[in-house]
Design a protein around this ligand. Sequence first.
Ligand SMILES: NC(=O)c1ccc[n+]([C@@H]2O[C@H](COP(=O)([O-])OP(=O)(O)OC[C@H]3O[C@@H](n4cnc5c(N)ncnc54)[C@H](O)[C@@H]3O)[C@@H](O)[C@H]2O)c1
Length: 274
Amino acid sequence: MGRLNGKVAFITGAARGQGRSHAVRLAEEGASIIAMDICAQIPTVFYPMATPEDLAETERLVKEAGGQIVTSIGDVRNYEDVQAAHDLGIERFGKVDIVVPNAGIMPVIDQGNQRQAWHDAIDVLLTGVWHTLDVSVPGMIERGNGGSIAITSSAAGLTSIGLNVFPGQTGYTAAKHGVVGLMRRYAKELAPHFIRVNTIHPTGVNTPMVANAEYGAFLQANPDVMNDESYKNPMPVELIEAVDISNAIVFLASDEARYITGVTFPVDAGYNVR
Ligand SMILES: NC(=O)c1ccc[n+]([C@@H]2O[C@H](COP(=O)([O-])OP(=O)(O)OC[C@H]3O[C@@H](n4cnc5c(N)ncnc54)[C@H](O)[C@@H]3O)[C@@H](O)[C@H]2O)c1
């Protein structure tokens, strides 16, 4: 018997990395999955973003885990795209119990148009999360079944990490702090409805966002960034795995966490007490 049997989860950024891992882990626990991803490149992002093939692979893995899934290609910056992905899921599964606004970019290396990188970071990481909540919450209230919203923030949502030298990185830090404000505002409003809202704050995670050739080359060329003590986790692990975040999301979505709301939940090998 899964811990999330009969539940439906809406996950953005689900084509790969943490979003894919969340889709598979939640499916293993019995949840059905509504998966959305842009599957396209945003020009200020210096590493390759996900592809339609990646989203198809998530679909395959969820089915392999015994789960049901509906997928959409769409951009969280565009309200109509989020609404369409959500509505397709409602059409298929009839409800949403778990929301995981996870889609993200890290436009933190100077590629020329860094002023645009600030806007892209805020649009994807903050406005995109608000779109996902604004689309999902009214139906969750109306159905009266409670629920769990776990927003992916970052260790950079609780403190300023490393050398914030580029506007895109400043936007990343600001947006990841911004979702804590969103979380608190929704946690307060939704508590009477038994809808719990929390943020998760991962340290570096082994996904294509950071484990890519472009970022590797940047770090090699900038040893001051790589050797910056403020990047290091107190527990001696450089990068944690996506499933470590998924396990926290499963816990927060389960009845075991039924009175946990309004929390900034670090999954960070001690980073926040370094
Ligand atoms: N990897 C890390 O070290 C790390 C650490 C802390 C927090 N995070 C956060 O975790 C989340 C997941 O990142 P990841 O590590 O899995 O990286 P990833 O790049 O592997 O996955 C992010 C996914 O989001 C999708 N996406 C990006 N912009 C989108 C948009 N506008 N609309 C829809 N989908 C979009 C991408 O296509 C990709 O599939 C992000 O919010 C990220 O900021 C990552």
